[in-house]
Design a binder for this molecule. Structure first.
Ligand code: FO1
Length: 336
């Protein structure tokens, strides 16, 4: 079976690891493939290198190299290079880059500099981590650079400008240095107007047997991927059922700052509101037991409640299995 998933960072990557585990333990599904469409809006240039946090988080998590406690970056990491950069006063110092992780960014930047596309580079990096052998293909949402920037109110207003001047900061600065604590007025996907879906992305949606939207950030991860030309239309037109997993439990994100992102776009932090953001293509929606009774959803949406906390691999595999089972059930439901 061909499964396609749109994914952001930590939560989505953990979910995909559970999905692969569920498929591997289910004889009738073990030869299934997963095509991951990864968010590249978090990408950032640092120290002359191209860093792709969400792609690397998926790659390291599925490749068994992730720092489990952080959810991002490499396990068994050291920070000698970062220390040297700090000693030279090289900026920024607020984004933690480990020595092993630098290896990924140097290789990626070298190959990009030699003219390879981000898709080709990502395939090379993923091959080292054995993703193809596990039936997993990671595609950047686009080969052209897209960066999410956050519009915030500037520093304190001055007599000249009583309205504090708004300014844009890179998503990573807002997320990491500011801890998303400064209210975001708006998110801007810089470069999206010149972006095209990367090779294979639209086909992966059109040719999927089922499509899954893991519990990634609906605004700055899934929302950015949905902004790539053709993606949303392909999802709407896909014959495959689309099943999403709520990133909120009782209105709160399991981790990260999805609630701050939702309020920035004027959407309430409820599982119903997030499902509403996907309403034009979503067929099924998994919510946590804490969010029943199941009210306030679009009438045709098939909503199922279950435990959604991804405590460990086994639990995550069960959640992913529930998403797959719901999608297969929706596949069998004759079109109305
Ligand atoms: N997140 C942090 O909160 N602090 C960091 O210093 C940090 C460094 C970092 C380095 C590489 C990488 O792939 C991810 C990193 N992240 C860090 C996580 C990152 O900001 C988020 O995972 C995504 O961009 C949001 O999903």
């Amino acid at each position: 079976m061909r499964i396609t998933a749109l994914t952001g960072g930590v939560g989505g990557a953990r979910f995909l690891r559970g999905l692969r585990a569920h498929l591997d333990r289910t004889p009738t599904l073990s030869d299934s493939t997963i095509t991951v469409i990864g968010n590249t809006g978090d990408d950032i240039n640092l120290f002359g290198l191209r860093v792709c946090p969400d792609l690397d988080t998926v790659m390291y998590t599925l490749g068994g190299a992730i720092d489990e406690e952080q959810g991002w970056g490499r396990a068994d990491e050291t920070h000698a290079v970062q220390g040297e950069l700090a000693a030279y006063g090289a900026q920024p110092q607020w984004f933690g880059l480990g020595d092993r992780d630098f290896g990924t960014h140097i290789a990626r930047s070298q190959w990009l500099g030699q003219g390879l596309s981000l898709s080709e580079v990502t395939a090379r990096l993923c091959a080292r981590w054995g993703l193809p052998d596990r039936g997993v293909r990671l595609l950047p949402m686009s080969d052209s650079p897209v960066e999410t920037h956050v519009i915030i109110d500037g520093e304190s207003p001055s007599p000249q400008s009583p309205q504090s001047p708004q300014r844009a900061v890179h998503f990573q600065e807002w997320w990491v240095r500011m801890h998303a604590a400064v209210p975001a007025q708006k998110f801007v996907a810089v470069g999206m107007d010149r972006a095209a879906a990367a090779p294979g992305v639209l086909d992966a949606i059109r040719e999927a047997d089922i499509i899954i939207v893991p519990p990634s950030n609906p605004v700055v991860s899934i929302g950015i991927i949905l902004g790539v030309p053709g993606v949303r239309d392909a999802l709407r037109g896909s014959a495959a059922p689309v099943v999403g997993v709520s990133p909120l439990i009782s209105g709160a994100p399991v981790r990260g700052h999805a609630d701050a992102c939702l309020s920035a776009i004027g959407v309430e932090s409820t599982t119903q509101a997030v499902a509403g953001l996907y309403a034009d293509f979503l067929d099924g929606w998994l919510i946590d037991n804490a969010d029943t009774p199941v009210v306030g959803f679009a009438p045709r949406l098939e909503v199922q409640a279950r435990l959604l906390w991804m405590h460990d691999l086994e639990t995550t595999a069960d959640i992913a299995g529930a998403a797959v089972d719901l999608a297969l059930k929706l596949r069998r439901t004759p079109p109305v």
